[in-house]
Design a protein around this ligand. Structure first.
Ligand SMILES: Nc1ncnc2c1ncn2[C@@H]1O[C@H](COP(=O)(O)OP(=O)(O)OP(=O)(O)O)[C@@H](O)[C@H]1O
Ligand SMILES: [Mg+2]
Length: 472
């Protein structure tokens, strides 16, 4: 974090300083990592003690101090540790993040929201911007009321670009995150059906995502997906300039000639105000085209040339784990581990890539449950099952009883003409899937693993890739 004395942290958060006798709080300077997990604490750092359902962060203050944290943000003082005592650590953490951004007026802050692709796009944009200057875009999916201030507090005095992932599980969430990170540029990728169970409807999801463009200042830039009507409509709620990205004819940054190579990697021609250029991505899946267009719009806005952006896009490889991670095994089996998360849209995207990668080969979809789909859950699982059949997947392995509707949907679907159809099998868990796959996988097979936050499937993919032991 940028250097702040304990006195300043107290001022910013409305807290009071409690230090061991004889210590000058103005002389205690936080300039190291700001963490909520004591195991990640380091020299010069600040430990934020959160009180969760299962644990009270105050119990771990001493562990953070042992690792070098110089102070703690707490709701009750901890003996012998320099503390800023506040009424609510969440409010205080948000206020701290906001102040950090305010103190760096030269830093460009980009917010990214959407139902799918936030982390992928954050990673891609982070990779591209890092070619032009110090960039903060942390690996992983830090998109909550805790993840966003953790992200923001990583900046240092020389940070030029800050990329913040913003997730929404309800109305008001993105607005809250935007108040903390104060983005000048906002990207809305899509409004899908992820978390529809919590929101109730797609319209409510759209409202939640629209809070990002709505929060942008008049001198800001809203990058909106032209191919998603619900996102396009957000032009009406923003004071910022709007750049439309997509394949639609009126998109300001547009892709044409989209094709997937035999490895499932997309190529396309990008048409931007600065010119046209052919791009061949190193990432797998057609969905990265839209993500890449958003990156072009943002990075050129922030001063990079179209050529520099496209060159960086082409050399980008997966950053955060379990997102279309491709491993070619020595025995000729190709594994695609996309088991980080799943919703109907990302299932479709991944199955599209599997279809392309599997041309002339035997394809497997090892699929688990999609969480948080509410009343529509069974119907949406069944649709994905039908999609598996429509894509000509040879072997479907449905993992876990909660995904039974997916198997049923596949069994009910009939294959397109000229297709042999899909063999549908159900297994109880990832261990059973492992037994089956170990016995049956053969040279030439392409296997996709995908599910919502199912550590079992991720690790199964890792294990089959030969990396299991270290990762468990
Ligand atoms: N633009 C997109 N449209 C549809 N699917 C996408 C898109 N971009 C990425 N995906 C797929 O969606 C899944 C989740 O990707 P990613 O982790 O980037 O999304 P996220 O929005 O950060 O998700 P979360 O809400 O879990 O943080 C992955 O399987 C990825 O391959
Ligand atoms: Mg994410």
């Amino acid at each position: 974090m940028i250097a702040l004395s304990l006195t300043e942290v107290a001022q910013v958060t409305g807290g009071s300083v409690v230090v061991p006798p004889g210590l000058d709080p103005g002389a205690v300077v936080v300039d190291g990592p700001v963490v909520t997990d004591s195991r990640e604490a380091g020299p010069g750092g600040l430990y934020v003690a959160r009180v969760g359902e299962h644990a009270d962060g105050h119990d771990f203050v001493s562990g953070a101090v042992e690792r070098g944290a110089v102070a703690a943000l707490v709701t009750r003082p901890v003996e012998g540790v320099p503390c800023v005592v506040v009424a609510d650590t969440q409010d205080a953490f948000a206020a701290l993040a906001r102040e950090v951004v305010r103190r760096l007026p030269g830093m460009a802050v980009v917010g990214i929201t959407g139902s799918s692709g936030k982390t992928s796009t954050k990673d891609l944009l982070g990779t591209v911007l890092a070619t032009a200057g110090p960039t903060v875009a942390p690996v992983g999916s830090f998109n909550s009321e805790v993840g966003v201030p953790l992200t923001v507090c990583r900046v240092t005095a020389d940070t030029r670009f800050l990329v913040v992932e913003m997730g929404a599980r309800g109305i008001g969430h993105v607005a809250y995150l935007a108040e903390m990170a104060l983005p000048r540029v906002g990207v809305v990728l899509n409004v899908g059906t992820a978390h529809v169970g919590e929101f109730g409807s797609r319209a409510a999801i759209a409202t939640a995502k629209s809070e990002l463009p709505a929060a942008l200042p008049p001198e800001g830039l809203a990058v909106l997906n032209a191919d998603d009507d619900a996102v396009r409509a957000m032009a009406a709620v923003t004071a910022a300039r709007v750049v439309l990205v997509g394949e639609a004819a009126d998109a300001d940054v547009r892709a044409t000639d989209v094709a997937l190579d035999a490895g499932g990697r997309a190529s396309f021609t990008v048409h931007a105000p600065e010119g046209d250029r052919a791009v061949h991505l190193g990432l797998v899946g057609r969905h990265h085209v839209g993500n890449a267009l958003a990156v072009v719009a943002v990075a050129t806005e922030l001063g990079l040339s179209l050529e520099a952006v496209c060159a960086a896009l082409e050399s980008a490889r997966p950053v955060s784990r379990w997102r279309m991670e491709v491993v070619e095994r020595a025995d000729g089996v190709t594994l695609v581990n996309d088991a980080y998360n799943a919703n109907p849209d990302s299932m479709r995207a991944a199955l599209g890539a599997l279809e392309r990668m599997g041309e002339g080969r035997r394809t497997w979809a090892v699929l688990g449950t999609m969480l948080e789909l509410g009343d529509e859950s069974d119907a949406l699982h069944a649709e994905v099952g039908a999609e598996v059949v429509a894509r000509g997947v040879d072997e479907l392995l449905v993992v876990g009883p909660a995904a039974a509707a997916l198997a049923a949907g596949a069994r009910a679907a009939s294959p397109a003409s000229g297709r042999t159809g899909t063999r549908v099998r159900e297994v109880t868990d990832a261990d059973d899937a492992a037994v089956l796959l170990d016995a049956e996988l053969a040279a030439g097979d392409v296997v996709l693993f995908k599910s919502s936050r199912d550590a079992g499937l991720r690790l199964l993919g890792d294990r089959l890739a030969g990396a299991g032991e270290e990762l468990t």
